[in-house]
Design a protein around this ligand. Structure first.
Ligand code: HEC
Length: 485
């Protein structure tokens, strides 16, 4: 194998020498003819001026400077970033985030040959740009009244801020697409739009007014009142429904064709922005555009369905003290989040048919603690989209349809969880499920002493970690975008 590679490299060098003598005509790949189409289609959405990547890859010069890195990162499968594993269902947008074997070898050959530019006239591609919303309907632009200067409390590097936006809807409408425009791309790490309807709209308005109309700090979620007794609330854990999400380099703004998320008359849109302050801070006024169609249009309404598993992460072996006690962890949540929210860990055990006996105290070094929950979806549902959510101790998440049966199918598997690259994925082919089908969410966490989250440049001490709102608490959550019927 080595020998063949060496021969190939020698051949490539030889070819470049020949090309130099022949005055440009090359049989090997050139930037303009062979490499630009790949970088333009699969890298430029982030690697362009004003994009979220640290450098551009839109010219022959850019590409040559970064040639070695390009080969290293693409070979390792680290670029373009695509979190779902190959065993996930076919997801929309996947193909622009994966390189084919022939694209990989083109990049490798071109680099080995010294990154020749070739003939500019051969360029047939242009770098992809951010796309606008399209299709029938009207676009409304929502922005906070004032710019906000993010700041991390306690010397951390993250700020989560919730802004209340008002689409001023007098009638119900469908959102068929959402285009989120972060103002400072260097600092905005993700954006989630939630619908706050009814009592949650009132609460959001009040919370906003209590913070001088500037929104509030909202790690984990918008922190609107939870009514666990309301219809379907236990399946959503009181979280408001998602309208749309944006992460760096997010490619799909439109919901799947023929679908929409219903936005109720009078509802507010709560925009959660995660600011990452590693490099800079400054005033930000990120905006969201929604493409709206009247609710009378014949569209399939998508709803968020949450499937959550209990999170019971005992301390690793050798760590003791009150913080390693579950009762203490529960009391801490009562103090931080109130008695109703603190009830969620117990509710999840019950909902998933589990007891604490399913979560033994002895977790060894705590590096691999798993949990799961199986839930029926209900008759006549069609799954259109899927997302996973954990916090900083999350390692791996899998969402499976009909686990342990002949029909078993992985919807989403994220083998190396990264809190900073979260997205909602839509299935290329929606899946219709029946009353007997179940969905399993399964998460793996690392609660070892060495891998505790770092807050304000200090690594936290290990503790018994329960499901909770804070980023340093945990969640194991699958979000399904489903339609009834
Ligand atoms: C979704 C956005 C996105 C896309 C698409 C993307 N990149 Fe990146 N790339 C980034 C970001 C952001 C970084 C900075 C490092 C990080 O945050 O992981 C980066 C870093 C890199 C680096 C430097 C990594 C290092 O550690 O030295 C290389 C090389 C690279 N990308 C190549 C590519 C190539 C080649 C493609 C296309 C085949 C591509 N990227 C597609 C976002 C993207």
């Amino acid at each position: 194998m080595r020998k063949i590679l060496l021969l190939a490299a020698l051949g490539a060098v030889f070819a470049t020498v020949l090309v130099a003598h022949a005055g440009g005509a090359s049989s090997g790949p050139t930037y303009y003819r062979d490499v630009a189409p790949i970088l333009d289609a699969k890298c430029a959405s982030c690697h362009r001026l004003g994009g979220i990547a640290p450098f551009s890859l839109t010219t022959a010069g850019d590409a040559k400077v970064h040639a070695a890195g390009i080969v290293r990162m693409t070979k390792a499968g680290l670029m373009p970033p695509w979190m779902p594993g190959n065993d996930s269902a076919a997801l929309i947008g996947r193909d622009v985030r994966r390189l084919t074997p022939s694209e990989l070898s083109t990049l490798a050959q071109w680099t080995a040959a010294g990154s020749p530019a070739g003939n500019q006239a051969d360029r047939r591609s242009t770098p992809v740009q951010a796309v606008a919303l399209s299709g029938p309907g009207k676009t409304v632009t929502l922005a906070p009244a004032k710019a906000y200067v993010p700041h991390a409390e306690g010397g951390g590097i993250d700020d989560y801020h919730c802004f209340v936006l008002d689409p001023k809807l007098t009638h119900d409408a469908y959102v068929t697409g959402a285009l989120i425009r972060p103002q400072r791309t260097g600092m905005v790490h993700h954006v989630i739009l939630y619908e706050a309807a009814g009592a949650q709209a009132t609460a959001a308005t009040q919370m906003n007014a209590a913070h001088g109309g500037k929104g509030w700090s909202c790690f984990g979620g918008p922190d609107l009142p939870v009514n666990l007794a309301g219809p379907g609330a236990i399946d959503r854990l009181g979280q408001p429904p998602w309208i749309a999400a944006w992460v760096p380099g997010h490619t799909t703004n439109a919901l799947p064709a023929g679908t929409g998320v219903l936005l109720h008359a009078g509802a507010k849109v709560v925009m959660q922005v995660h600011y990452n302050l590693i490099e800079t801070s400054g005033p930000d006024r990120s905006q969201a555009q929604l493409r709206l169609r009247p609710a009378t249009t014949h569209l399939t309404a998508l709803e968020t369905h949450l499937i959550a598993a209990p999170v019971e992460l005992p301390c690793p072996a050798g760590t003791t003290g009150p913080k390693c006690d579950r009762t203490q962890a529960f009391q801490d949540e009562v103090t931080k989040y109130g008695a109703t929210n603190a009830f969620i860990p117990t509710a999840l055990l019950r909902l998933c048919g589990k007891t604490l006996a399913d979560y033994p105290q002895d977790v060894g070094d705590g590096k691999k603690i798993t949990t799961s929950c199986d839930r029926p979806l209900g008759a006549g549902q069609t799954i259109y989209g899927v997302a996973g959510h954990m916090h900083l101790r999350g390692q791996e998440i899998t969402v499976t349809l009909d686990p342990g049966t002949a029909k078993e199918q992985t919807l989403l598997h994220i083998p190396a969880w990264d809190f900073h690259w979260q997205d909602v994925y839509y299935l290329q082919t929606p899946i219709k499920v029946g009353a007997t089908d179940t969905v399993r969410v399964r998460c793996t966490f690392d609660n070892s002493a060495a891998d505790q989250p770092v807050v304000g440049a200090k690594r936290l001490a290990p503790r018994y970690v329960l499901w909770g709102e804070g980023t340093t608490d945990e969640m194991c959550l699958a979000m399904l975008s489903v339609a009834t019927g």
